[in-house]
Ligand binder design. Structure first.
Ligand SMILES: Nc1nc2c(ncn2[C@@H]2O[C@H](COP(=O)(O)OP(=O)(O)OP(=O)(O)O)[C@@H](O)[C@H]2O)c(=O)[nH]1
Length: 194
């Protein structure tokens, strides 16, 4: 099996966008909704993609249904943050590795995912970029073996990505090209970058 076939994608789109004030997935860069930028870079690397949507907005996503499945968070963990989305995607799609992306990175580029996939090796359980000294655990790759650890964290009421990283075998990769990681959380971020 080729590496491509071992990798599935999880697009996290179940957030509330409180700081932005409207669903960030549908904010636009050059007339294209943000979520499409994440999908465009993911699909070449992934045999299938789960778009884990907020229930209120799930009907608004326009996707190729042959390759992309729009789902919601597992009902036990609905809305419990990105960990809930990752767990739900892993439950829906069977794969050895998962590439994770958020919906609010409209400058994301193909090379980031190429780099993540190229770093897969041995008994590593997560590949996490470090950009300007900051971990980027939502633009990352996770091995399927972390699913049960995520489930246990969620059952215990934890939403912390750092808690997950502290429990698994992580490979951190320094990346110096920051632009691809620009993350839009607020209207100010939007005005500054778009
Ligand atoms: N599936 C799923 N995705 C989530 C959840 N919470 C956040 N996300 C996604 O994770 C990424 C980062 O989310 P944040 O920007 O931290 O949170 P947000 O809820 O979208 O925005 P705020 O309400 O302003 O904090 C985005 O792609 C969100 O859509 C959740 O509970 N479930």
């Amino acid at each position: 099996m080729s590496k491509k076939n071992e990798v599935a994608g999880i697009l996290l789109a179940g957030g509330q966008s409180r700081r932005f004030g409207s669903p960030k997935a549908f904010a636009e860069r050059q007339g294209v909704p943000f979520y499409q930028y994440s999908l465009q870079v993911m699909t070449p690397f992934c045999s299938s993609v789960a778009l884990v949507a907020h229930p209120e907005w799930r009907h608004l996503f326009r996707v190729d249904k042959n390759k992309i499945t729009v789902i919601q968070d597992d009902p036990s963990f609905q809305g419990q943050g990105p960990l809930a989305g990752i767990f739900s995607g892993m439950t829906t799609l069977s794969a050895n590795w998962y590439i994770i992306l958020p919906v609010d990175v409209p400058f994301i580029e193909h090379w980031v995912l190429e780099r993540l996939v190229s770093e897969i090796e041995g008994d590593i359980q997560a590949i996490i970029p470090v950009v300007s000294g900051k971990d980027q655990p939502l633009i990352a790759a996770y091995h399927c073996s972390v699913k049960n650890k995520i489930k246990n964290l969620l059952i215990n009421g934890s939403r912390s990505m750092q808690s997950l990283l502290s429990e698994i075998n992580v490979k951190k990769i320094e990346i110096n090209r920051e632009r691809a990681f620009i993350n839009i959380n607020s209207r100010d971020d939007y005005d500054n970058h778009l």
